[in-house]
Ligand binder design. Structure first.
Ligand SMILES: Cc1cc2nc3c(=O)[nH]c(=O)nc-3n(C[C@H](O)[C@H](O)[C@H](O)COP(=O)(O)O)c2cc1C
Length: 203
């Protein structure tokens, strides 16, 4: 049974753009025969930060003694959940030019040399979709090109490091003030929703 791991990290539980888009992808995935979705909401149920640096190198000598049993249990649960998925969708809104800290806490648990990255890459080739939203535009010519450090670091982590096949879906200008900017935001959101539905139906 193909399984999608659906992760959300927007702290906006009422009108989040990324939550709407990841939901569209999940809905299109779920209607396919035998396809299931596992959801992890990092805002409703945050994961703690890693407890010790040793959790980044769990196989190193003496690593197990440097964090509590509970800390290792949480890390193993997150790793098992990720390794069991056939596809991944991550809602990753821009917070302060980066990703939400709740999402970064998750990344610190799952980006592990020797387990998911480096010499062993069990997720290589599996699809991952990063769905991002930002209040402003970061397009070329906006004067803010290159300022989006969240999407790019997630893309590097999931794509270059874990070897997943990454697609990025963007909804920008969500806080646009002018009518013209709002029209651009709406058009981009509609295209992003269609793309998410397409990815959910085809991944
Ligand atoms: C804590 C916080 C920090 C934010 N920082 C930025 C930022 O650096 N740049 C930006 O363009 N928008 C920023 N925004 C706006 C969000 O990126 C925007 O509202 C986006 O739509 C959030 O995604 P969501 O709709 O899925 O919640 C910030 C919002 C919050 C709540």
């Amino acid at each position: 049974m193909p399984q999608l791991l659906h992760i959300d990290s927007s702290a906006d539980l009422a009108s989040s753009r990324t939550r709407a888009l990841t939901a569209a992808l999940g809905a299109a995935w779920r209607v396919r025969d035998g396809h299931t979705v596992v959801t992890r909401d990092l805002v409703r149920t945050p994961v703690p930060h890693i407890e010790a640096a040793a959790q980044h190198w769990p196989d190193a000598p003496g690593a197990r003694e440097q964090a509590s049993e509970g800390a290792w249990r949480i890390q193993e649960e997150l790793l098992d959940e990720l390794l069991a998925c056939d596809a991944l969708v991550v809602g990753a809104p821009m917070y302060n030019y980066s990703m939400p800290s709740v999402l970064k806490a998750w990344v610190d648990h799952i980006h592990i040399p020797g387990v998911t990255a480096g010499s062993v890459r069990p997720l290589a080739g599996r699809p991952a979709v990063i769905v991002t939203a930002s209040g402003m535009s970061y397009d070329a010519g906006s004067g803010r090109e290159g300022w989006d450090h969240g999407t790019e670091s997630l893309r590097i982590m999931l794509g270059e490091s874990l070897g997943m096949s990454v697609a990025v879906v963007v909804a920008s200008r969500t806080l646009a003030a002018s009518e013209a900017e709002r029209a651009l935001a709406e058009a981009e959101f509609d295209a992003a929703r269609a793309r998410c539905a397409e990815l959910g139906a085809t991944l």
